[in-house]
Design a protein around this ligand. Structure first.
Ligand SMILES: Nc1ncnc2c1ncn2[C@@H]1O[C@H](COP(=O)(O)OP(=O)(O)O)[C@@H](O)[C@H]1O
Ligand SMILES: Cc1ncc(COP(=O)(O)OP(=O)(O)O)c(N)n1
Length: 505
């Protein structure tokens, strides 16, 4: 009995790409195989066309004859059970018809058709007279994944100019061709890059933020391949599409850091996974972080915050130091933004620098305005030491070191904030709950998680000596965090009552 007759349930779905090649690895078969692997599938590939292309465009195309294409397809399906297939560049009508013949004989359970027509570079990837052959394949596909110009060609209508127009056009195509349509909005202007799955008269919107990046070569290939890899382990196309799109957004955001080519670069298919043999940075420094959080929670200031018994003067003095610290920290975040290897990281740290100044201003307008602290009082020795450490890393360190140095301020505050918020919520009328909630709830905890991801990504690309310096910078910042929480001494002057010693360390 052959494997074809009784397909064993393998540990991974066996997924086939039928597509063209890209020697720079960003699109076509090379991208599909990475996308399959990123989604835990076993990848296979049949070549429809050999391309000489890079991130700037296509230089030459060689299309093997139809008999050789059939030999490749049969070599796979005579031996291996294909759980899903993704069909990409078909180049000519002869190639498209050959693939159609093979599907008629060996149709896998899930068929995704990416109707590749024109590359991001503007080069044509499908002969004009092959469009009819691609339309014929719609009848044997489960899902077709057109961008807006491809959708217009398949629907034989003008290109949609708005997202609602695109969804309506996709709905007409889906009903006329009897196929599910995953319409992609990457070519639309604006801050959103929406997709939608139109299936059986039902529209599932898949919203997504547009990532400011030129690393969009192969996005369509990677998305359709992810869809094929996911579908055998998902209940329906909508859930596979949702997961594929979420993953692709991260892959686009991490693409620029790969530094592949000077044109439209590829996405980072493995942005979510650490390279084998290299520990994840935040795992490696997790022990340092845990110790810093435990020590912070022991500081009298933090304990007073937790039970609400902290004297007001001590709170105000700490906030004054906080405001001084934030002004300096903002400059260091701006430095991280300047050095950032991707638009996404640049934007994250620029926004962080801006919000530090906004928080600093609001401290003066709220808590500090109600206090008697003179705005001109100087930074404490503890605040100065922390700020000097950060400034030194910013002045001499690489991007990765700066990110490691700024990370504890996000991470320690988020961890301590979550613990404190739970304790504050148990105390009716807790006087500091609002301030604690700023750090103990989203969006701050999400910012902290984002900063952790950027530190992990930065650590992936550095030499061992730089990684050591990252750890040292992180460790020093953690120690400064603990000292910062401990700088306001809270002393008991009479039983049952605490007052702050306003002379901070
Ligand atoms: N700058 C971007 N930011 C986020 N997602 C994007 C961006 N550009 C494209 N996408 C997404 O990449 C996928 C491919 O989209 P699109 O560019 O429309 O198709 P194609 O790559 O086939 O031309 C879609 O999921 C789309 O929403
Ligand atoms: C062999 C091959 N197949 C497809 C493409 C198209 O890639 P790209 O131009 O980047 O567009 P999307 O993958 O984003 O649709 C190609 N260049 N080469």
């Amino acid at each position: 009995m052959t494997e074809r007759e009784t397909p064993p349930t393998g540990s991974r779905p066996r997924v086939l790409s039928v597509a063209g090649t890209d020697p720079t690895g960003g699109a076509g078969i090379q991208a599909d195989l990475k996308s399959f692997a990123a989604h835990g599938a076993y990848g296979m590939a049949v070549v429809t066309a050999l391309l000489a292309q890079n991130t700037h465009g296509v230089r030459d195309v060689l299309v093997p004859d139809a008999a050789f294409l059939r030999a490749q397809l049969d070599a796979v399906s005579d031996d291996v059970t294909v759980d899903a297939v993704k069909i990409g560049m078909l180049a000519t009508a002869a190639v498209a018809d050959e693939v159609g013949d093979w599907l008629a004989r060996h149709r896998p359970p899930f068929v995704v058709l990416d109707p590749v027509m024109v590359a991001t570079s503007g080069d044509r990837l499908l002969d004009d007279d092959a469009v009819a052959a691609v339309r014929r394949l719609l009848a044997v596909a489960d899902v077709v994944t057109p961008n807006l110009p491809e959708l217009a060609v398949l629907a034989d209508e003008p290109v949609a100019r708005t997202w609602p127009e695109a969804v309506q056009q996709a709905t007409r195509l889906a009903s006329a061709a009897g196929v599910a349509v995953l319409v992609k909005g990457g070519h639309l202007p604006g801050v959103e890059s929406p997709d939608a799955l139109v299936e059986g008269g039902r529209v599932v919107e898949l919203p997504g933020a547009r990532v400011a990046s030129t690393s969009t070569h192969g996005t369509g290939c990677s998305l359709s391949a992810a869809l094929a890899a996911l579908r055998p382990r998902r209940p329906d196309w909508a859930s596979a599409a949702r997961d594929a799109k979420r993953w692709l957004g991260g892959a686009i955001a991490a693409g620029e850091a790969l530094r592949v080519g000077s044109g439209h670069g590829p996405v980072d298919h493995f942005h979510h996974a650490p390279a084998l043999g290299l520990p994840v940075f935040t795992d490696e420094v997790g022990g340092i972080l845990a110790a810093a959080c435990a020590a912070s929670l022991e500081q009298p200031f933090v304990r007073g915050l937790a039970d609400g018994g902290l004297p007001w003067d001590a709170f105000v003095e700490q906030l004054h130091q906080d405001a001084l610290y934030l002004t300096a920290y903002s400059r260091v975040l701006a430095r991280a933004s300047t050095l950032a290897p991707s638009a996404e990281a640049q934007e994250f740290f620029a926004r962080g620098a801006h919000s530090c100044l906004a928080v600093e201003r609001s401290l003066h307008e709220t808590y500090l305005a109600r206090a008697s602290v003179r705005p001109s009082s100087p930074p404490s020795a503890v605040t100065r030491a922390y700020v000097d450490h950060l400034a030194a890393v910013a002045a001499h360190g690489s991007y990765a070191e700066v990110v490691a140095a700024v990370l504890p301020c996000y991470w320690v505050y988020a961890e301590v904030g979550v613990t404190l918020l739970a304790q504050a919520d148990a105390v009716p009328g807790h006087p500091y709950r609002d301030w604690v909630a700023t750090y103990g709830s989203a969006p701050f905890t999400e910012h902290a998680a984002h900063a952790c991801r950027l530190a992990d990504a930065a650590a992936q690309h550095v030499d061992p000596a730089t990684r050591e310096r990252m750890i040292a910078a992180f460790d020093a910042s953690c120690r400064h965090e603990v000292a910062f929480f401990g700088q306001v001494a809270v002393v008991a002057t009479d039983p049952g009552r605490q007052v702050a010693a306003l002379a901070v360390r």
